[in-house]
Structure formats: structure tokens, C-alpha cells
Design a protein around this ligand. Structure first.
Ligand SMILES: Nc1ncnc2c1ncn2[C@@H]1O[C@H](COP(=O)(O)OP(=O)(O)OP(=O)(O)O)[C@@H](O)[C@H]1O
Ligand SMILES: [Mg+2]
Length: 321
């Protein structure tokens, strides 16, 4: 049995925006990411699962039981929001203890669990701080700790790291992934950052305008994007118009470059850019500009305007549109 099931779940706002007929199963211990551009309905799905929004149709089940008639606090879920997570007037300890008190967990047990949880999120010693006295990353660790203390069947995370700078974000990602696998927690994670989704997830759900466009492992989504939309949204992609009806999609790392002519597609070097640990070349062709990655040696030998022959490794065709 799946841990979480969405069955034709629909949530529409008065404006007509929202999400329609969402079908999705998440297995126990799985971390699944909802990925898509701003406004595609990621937060709407998460808030509907958490009970902060009412479903207009369909069902939400956890361990096979419908939860749509339960208020948020009665649902076996816990949600962490992008910001304003913690109660600012409460010390860290009280922020963590609040939910346990509501659930009538006896004091010694409360203290023990909070101590353990602070160790887990590497925040021991912060008990008496107020949220305003901590960094964003520290506050988010406490927010996640508070959610985990409730021992939810499903943890809902809505862009929890998006307000943090790149380095902390990456560190938090790694910590989350470790904690999640160590404790075998089931997580639905929202992000609009495709790199974050690829790095973190067992499976990625790519969304487009209120619907699911593709569900798959990061590898499947990257190497076999089902539609042009997914191909375009995930990673870098060259789109070459090969006829009025079709475009060819090739990732830059699958374009091989040789000096001269006689490739699948020939062209002329347009730019060569040194980007740290790799070098990027763009090539002018009759079918548009193609981006490729080249070696140091090629960069030495080739210059702007030189003829080059391109061959393509992995490629896919989509309807032009
Ligand atoms: N309370 C609301 N009332 C009316 N429409 C809303 C409301 N909240 C969101 N929407 C609309 O519903 C759609 C989905 O919004 P949602 O917040 O779920 O998107 P999102 O994918 O989380 O976007 P973001 O990446 O910007 O957070 C959008 O078109 C949005 O404008
Ligand atoms: Mg959102």
C-alpha cells in the first residue's frame, strides 16, 4: 500500500486557478519533489494535503485512509513553510515543545525527544534562543525539527531552503536527505529549482499549469523528457528545427564537435567561453545556434568562424510548437 495517495485531487480557487485531477502515489520512505515554475500549483497541492485548503474533488489517502475530512491538526502530516515558520515570541525549546504538549506527551519524554532532535539537526545548545537571534539556516533547521517531532506519516516541505544562500542551501539539502533516509521518512518536497529537485529526489513530478506533466526518477526526467516542456525546463537543451512539424532536442553534453565538415550538422564557431571547469562553445548552423561542451585542447585549436562538424549522441524529437 502506498503511504500517500492523491486520487483525482482537485482544488480550484474562485478565480478558476488551481490544480485539477492530480493522481499520485508516494511510497513509504520516498522523497518526491513537486517541481515547476511559479504559479503551476505546487503550494496548492501541498496545502491541500496538509488540510489548509479544502479539496474540491477527489481524495487524499494516507495508509489507505481518506484524510480529507480531518482538520490540519488531526492529519498525520506536518508542513514546513518557506518562511515565518517559528513563533517569534517563543524560545527554540518552547517552539519545539508546543506540539508535543498539545499531544499530551509527558514532560520527561518531551525533554528527551527534544534533546535527541536537537542533536539530529545539530542545534544542541540553542534551546533558549529566540528565532530572531538565529540565522535563516538555523531557523529552518528548527522548523524541520519541530515538524519531525510530531512524527508525521508524511512530511510536507514547501520550498524550505529557497530563502537561504547557495552554500547553506546545498548543505541543508544534504542534511535533509541524510535524515530522511536514516529515519525512513516519507516526504513531499516543493521546489522550483530543478537542480535541487534532481539532487534530492527519488522521484520528480514535473508540473505545468495545474497538471502533472511527467513523473519519473531524476535520470528518467533528465534523459527521457516526455514532452518538449519537460525537456526545456530540466537542464540545458538545444532545440533544432528539422522540419515544420519537428524539432530535435540535444543536450550540450551530447554534442560532439570536430574541426571541418561532414557531421550530422555543420556550422561555424560562434563563441568559445571558459566557464571554470568546462568550456562552452556555440556554433552557428542552418538550424539555429547549437551549444556544446569542448575540451581545453579543442579550445586552443578552434577559433571564431572556423568550420566545425557536429554529431549528436543522445537525441530526441518533439512536435514543433
Ligand atoms: N488564495 C488564492 N486565491 C486565488 N488564486 C490563488 C490563490 N493562491 C494561489 N492562487 C493561484 O493558483 C495558482 C497556483 O498557485 P500556487 O501558489 O499553488 O503556485 P506555486 O507553484 O506554489 O508557485 P510559486 O513557485 O510561485 O510558489 C496560481 O495561478 C496562483 O495565482
Ligand atoms: Mg508556492
Amino acid at each position: 500500500m502506498s503511504k500517500l495517495e492523491l486520487i483525482n485531487m482537485t482544488k480550484l480557487y474562485k478565480t478558476g486557478d488551481g490544480v485539477r485531477d492530480i493522481n499520485l502515489s508516494i511510497e513509504e520512505g520516498e522523497l518526491v519533489t513537486l517541481l515547476g515554475p511559479s504559479g503551476c500549483g505546487k503550494t496548492t497541492i501541498l496545502r491541500t494535503i496538509g488540510g489548509f485548503l479544502d479539496c474540491d474533488g477527489g481524495d487524499i489517502r494516507i495508509n489507505g485512509q481518506s484524510i480529507i475530512h480531518l482538520p490540519p491538526e488531526k492529519r498525520p502530516t506536518a508542513m514546513v513553510f518557506q518562511s515565518y515558520n517559528l513563533w517569534p515570541h517563543m524560545r527554540v525549546y518552547d517552539n519545539l515543545a508546543f506540539g508535543l504538549k498539545l499531544r499530551k506527551v509527558p514532560r520527561p519524554e518531551r525533554e528527551r525527544r527534544i534533546r535527541q532532535m536537537l542533536e539530529l539537526v545539530k542545534m544542541t545548545g540553542m534551546e533558549s534562543k529566540y528565532p530572531g537571534q538565529m540565522s535563516g539556516g538555523q531557523q529552518q533547521r528548527i522548523a524541520i525539527a519541530r515538524a519531525l517531532l510530531l512524527e508525521p506519516e508524511v512530511l510536507l516541505l514547501d520550498e524550505p531552503f529557497s530563502a537561504l544562500d547557495a552554500k547553506i542551501r546545498q548543505q541543508m539539502r544534504e542534511e535533509l536527505r541524510k535524515t530522511q533516509t536514516d529515519l525512513n521518512i516519507t516526504v513531499a518536497f516543493v521546489t522550483h529549482d530543478q537542480e535541487e529537485a534532481m539532487a534530492l529526489s527519488d522521484r520528480v513530478i514535473v508540473m505545468n499549469k495545474g497538471s502533472i506533466e511527467q513523473v519519473g526518477s531524476p535520470q528518467e526526467i533528465y534523459h527521457r523528457p516526455r514532452s518538449r516542456y519537460v525537456a526545456d525546463f530540466i537542464g540545458e537543451m538545444n532545440f533544432l528545427k528539422i522540419s515544420d512539424a519537428q524539432v530535435l532536442a540535444v543536450r550540450p553534453e551530447h554534442v560532439q564537435v570536430a574541426a571541418g565538415t561532414g557531421g550530422e550538422l555543420d556550422g561555424y564557431v560562434r563563441t568559445i567561453m571558459m566557464l571554470g571547469h568546462y568550456i562552452e562553445m556555440t556554433v552557428d548552423t542552418d538550424h539555429g545556434i547549437v551549444k556544446a561542451f569542448i575540451t581545453d585542447e579543442q579550445a586552443q585549436r578552434l577559433g571564431r568562424g572556423d568550420p566545425v562538424a557536429l554529431t549528436f549522441g543522445r537525441k530526441q524529437e518533439y512536435a514543433a510548437g
